[in-house]
Design a protein around this ligand. Sequence first.
Ligand code: FAD
Length: 411
Amino acid sequence: MFDKEVDVAVIGGGPAGLASAIKASENADVLLLERGKELGGILQQCIHNGFGNFIFKKMLTGPEYAHRFIKMVKETGIEVMTETTVLQINEKKIIATSPEGLFKINAKAIVLAMGCRERSRAQILIPGTRPAGIYTAGTAQRLINIDGIMPGKRVVILGSGDVGLIMARRFVLEGAEVEGVYEIMPKPGGLMRNVVQCLYDYGIPLHLSHTIIDIKGKRRVEGVTVARVDERMKPIEGTERFIPCDCLILAVGLIPENELSRQIGIEMDDATGGPIVDEGMETSLPGIFACGNVVHVYDLVDDVTITAEVAGESAAKYANGKIEEKKKIKVLAGKNVRYVVPQILRGKSDSVTFYFRVKEERKNAKIEIFSGDKKIFERKERIMRPAEMVKVEIEAKLIDWVKEKVWIEVE
Ligand SMILES: Cc1cc2nc3c(=O)[nH]c(=O)nc-3n(C[C@H](O)[C@H](O)[C@H](O)COP(=O)(O)OP(=O)(O)OC[C@H]3O[C@@H](n4cnc5c(N)ncnc54)[C@H](O)[C@@H]3O)c2cc1C
């Protein structure tokens, strides 16, 4: 076991880890740790375009977007260790394993950027047999886009989040037949742009308020039984339909990868599945910062990059002993708001950007932010959907720092 000393250690080399490492390196020594062979995280397998529209004003593919940051990492001289998995954190000491064995890192500040993983069949409890041919959407994406392996020829997709929608189109482009995308909720789970560009443009049917109630097949999937569900999401008798297929794709949600965060006792938000952070992306443990999908699942990588830069900058400041705080106040999710990030404010910056999702769709909606006894922000939106993350930036001086809380409502 050997030791390393660094100012800032960044865990995870996806877009969040890359951007935070680059930003932190402007004022600190940085070590970037990635368990995979390559940097880039999930973007390596996302060969469709749709990345970087906001930051680069271009529709890049995932690898193109990642490459721009990987190049910057190389130019800055950040120390990078790939094939290195962080196993444990104790205070600011990290235990990691690399091909050379276990080692310990003493860091002044740590940035958590471990991304998220997909929900699997075990988490949604579909009955039936356990044959081959059932994949999560991310696994199928990796098989097709990186390994050049087609997981099936006749495909059913469960879940209409962005990953499911993108994979429906990918299967069709590779010559498979996609029988349909089935979604238990009455509205699609992904961005409207993906519903249109990935399903409607390719004639792939979207069946809302439907789920899979049985899987048939011994060695290989032979088909699935789907059924319509009622408003309590219970299958409606008499609506069952058997669909022959050789491949079932599960695109049933992403879970922030927070085993390390929980293990060290970081305070978590049940609504996001990620750590509670302030506007500098600092968690409840001083000197430990978090960014990207480990905090909450972002729609767009551009927002991951922007918030990761905040985390990197804050981590370098912490390592140099330069963080100033005013007072801790809570940010609450009010009427029709599912969650808000950051969940606390400590008066660390001149402006604050809130990211949040609504609980229910609203047409002609109004976003309102309150602080103390005053309304400090109002904006009208033509339509707001739970699938689409909302971003609002306000000046920190509008906030009443004496009162205990800020809250957001949507009508
Ligand atoms: C199928 C799909 C399609 C998408 N399409 C778009 C799109 O069109 N446009 C868009 O803007 N966004 C899109 N996104 C979203 C975007 O890819 C994500 O927002 C972004 O990749 C999140 O970055 P991240 O760094 O937080 O996580 P990740 O990219 O998941 O990176 C996390 C990294 O951390 C590493 N790691 C985890 N644990 C450890 C550990 N213990 N030790 C060391 N390393 C560790 C992982 O190996 C991984 O490399 C898509 C995402 C998916 C999955």
